[in-house]
Ligand binder design. Structure first.
Ligand code: ASP
Length: 444
C-alpha cells in the first residue's frame, strides 16, 4: 500500500501543526509522497503566507526596499517554524536566492509559489524524505494551462522513488517559468502526484473531518458524509462546497484512486472517502448532499424558429462563449432558449452580449430574471427511484416556495432547482430534512 498525503495550510500553520503532520506521516509507512501547502492562518485574523507573498509582490513592484522589508516578515514566519521544530537547519540560502531574484525582477507566480517551496524544504528535513521540486515535473504550457500528458511523462522519471516531499500549488513551463494553479491548488498537486506515482490512496489532510451533507452555517450539526463518488462530489463542489478544490477531482479519478479527506487535528476520525461510482459500499447514502448558491440570473430568448432550432441554440451560446462567460445551465423549451449564468461571471458584459444577440439573432423577445438561487440535491442512487423528484418538489410547494426552474439530468444524479434568492436558506433546510428522512427510510 502506498499513499500520497497532502496537508493544507491550516495543517502547517505553525511548528505545532508541522509536528502533528510529521506524527501522522510516521504513523503509517504507506504515507510516502507528501504534498504541503504554504502555512495558513494560525488564528482567525491571521494572514496566510500565500496572501503575504501576493502582498509582497505588489509592494516590491513599486518599491523594492519596502518589498524586501516586508519579505523579512515572511522569513520570520518560517524561521519560527524551524526553531519551534528544533531543527538544525537554516532557510537563509533560500531567502538569499529569492531576495536576489526580487532585485532582478521576478514573476508574480514565482514569488507566490515560494510559500509551498519553503514549507516543503522544512518538511523534507523534518521527515528525512528527499525534496522534489514540482517545477521539474508538473508541466504547464506557455498559456499557463496544465499539461497532463507531459506531466505524466515527467513523473515516469521519478517512478522508482521510495518517498519524497513535493510542494503543492505550482509547476513550471518547459522553459522553466514557474506557474501556479488557482488558489487552493495544492489539492490539485496532491491529485497529480497520486496519479503520477500510481498510489493506492490519496489522503487529503485538512481542518475538518470530511464532507457534511449540508453547509453547517445553514443547518445545525449536519450529518457527515462517509462516502461520496467523484461524480457526486463534482455536483456538490460545483455548487459551492469548499473543502476540496473542484479541479483536484480529475487526476485521481482518471486513475481510479480513492481520496480520503482527513482532519489533522482529529487524526482518529475516519473522514470522508471519495470513490468511483462502481467502488461504493453499502453505507453509501441515498441522498449524499444538499447544496446551493445565490447570485444567478437567467436570460431567455424566444424566437419563432420553425424547424430550424439547431443554429438558434448554437448562436446564442456562441455569444456567451465569445464574451468568455461560462454558462451554468440551459433549461430550454421549443422556441425559447434560456441561459442561466452566475451574476459575477457576466458582470460588465451583459449589455454587450444582449446587444449582439439583438443585432445578430433578432429574437422575438428577451426576458431577463434576476435574484435567482439554485439548490441541488445530489445522490447517485436517486436514479430509477420513481417519485423522488416529485417528493422533493412537493416539500418545497408545501413550504410555500415557488419553483422557478427544475433541471434533472438524464443520469438522475442531481436535481437542480431554481428559486427566488429570498427562499434560499429555507429551501436548503427543507430539502435537508427531507434527505435525512429519506436516508433513514432507505438506509436504516
Ligand atoms: N497556498 C495556496 C493558497 O493559499 C495553495 C493551497 O494552499 O492550496 O491558495
Amino acid at each position: 500500500m502506498r499513499k500520497t498525503v497532502k496537508f493544507g495550510g491550516s495543517s502547517l500553520a505553525d511548528s505545532a501543526q508541522f509536528k502533528k503532520c510529521a506524527a501522522i506521516i510516521r504513523a503509517d509507512e504507506a504515507r510516502k509522497y507528501v504534498v504541503p501547502s504554504a502555512p495558513g492562518k494560525r488564528f482567525k485574523d491571521d494572514v496566510k503566507v500565500t496572501d503575504m507573498l501576493i502582498r509582497c509582490y505588489d509592494i516590491q513592484k513599486k518599491d523594492l526596499d519596502a518589498g524586501l522589508e516586508y519579505f523579512s516578515k515572511i522569513e520570520d514566519r518560517f524561521d519560527e517554524i524551524v526553531t519551534g521544530l528544533g531543527l538544525d537547519y537554516s532557510l537563509e540560502p533560500e531567502y538569499r536566492i529569492i531576495r536576489s531574484y526580487m532585485e532582478e525582477g521576478l514573476s508574480k507566480d514565482y514569488l507566490v509559489s515560494r510559500g509551498e517551496f519553503l514549507s516543503g524544504k522544512i518538511l523534507s528535513v523534518l521527515l528525512g524524505y528527499p525534496f522534489v521540486d514540482p517545477a521539474d515535473y508538473i508541466i504547464f504550457n506557455s498559456n499557463g494551462v496544465f499539461e497532463e500528458q507531459k506531466t505524466a511523462a515527467a513523473f515516469r522519471k521519478i517512478a522508482d522513488m521510495e518517498s519524497f516531499v513535493m510542494p503543492g500549488f505550482y509547476g513550471a513551463t518547459e522553459t522553466g517559468r514557474v506557474k501556479t494553479f488557482s488558489r487552493g491548488g495544492s489539492d490539485i498537486t496532491g491529485s497529480v502526484v497520486a496519479n503520477g506515482m500510481h498510489v493506492d490512496v490519496y489522503e487529503n489532510w485538512t481542518d475538518v473531518s470530511g464532507f457534511l451533507m449540508v453547509d453547517p452555517r445553514l443547518v445545525e450539526n449536519p450529518q457527515p458524509i462517509k462516502e461520496i463518488t467523484y461524480s457526486e462530489l463534482r455536483e456538490l463542489s460545483y455548487m459551492g462546497a469548499q473543502v476540496f478544490h473542484e479541479e483536484a477531482i480529475f487526476p485521481a479519478r482518471a486513475a481510479g484512486i480513492p481520496i480520503n479527506i482527513r482532519n489533522t487535528n482529529k487524526p482518529e476520525d475516519e473522514g470522508s472517502w471519495v470513490r468511483t461510482d462502481d467502488q461504493i459500499s453499502d453505507s453509501h447514502l441515498f441522498i449524499t448532499g444538499v447544496t446551493g448558491k445565490k447570485g444567478f440570473m437567467s436570460l431567455s430568448f424566444e424566437k419563432d424558429v420553425g424547424g430550424d432550432r439547431l443554429p438558434f441554440g448554437r448562436k446564442v451560446l456562441q455569444m456567451f462563449e465569445e464574451a468568455k462567460v461560462m454558462v451554468d445551465h440551459v433549461p430550454s423549451s421549443i422556441g425559447t432558449m434560456t441561459v442561466v449564468v452566475d451574476v459575477d461571471e457576466i458582470s460588465g458584459k451583459e449589455e454587450s452580449i444582449l446587444r449582439r444577440i439583438r443585432r445578430e439573432i433578432d429574437p422575438y423577445s428577451i426576458t431577463v430574471e434576476r435574484n435567482l438561487a439554485l439548490v441541488a440535491v445530489v445522490g447517485l442512487e436517486m436514479r430509477g427511484v420513481v417519485g423522488i423528484t416529485s417528493d422533493m418538489l412537493r416539500v418545497l410547494a408545501e413550504g410555500g416556495i415557488n419553483v422557478r426552474m427544475a433541471i434533472q439530468g438524464i443520469k438522475e444524479i442531481s436535481l437542480i432547482i431554481g428559486i427566488d434568492e429570498q427562499d434560499f436558506e429555507r429551501a436548503i433546510r427543507l430539502l435537508y430534512e427531507f434527505a435525512k428522512a429519506k436516508n433513514k427510510e432507505l438506509r436504516p
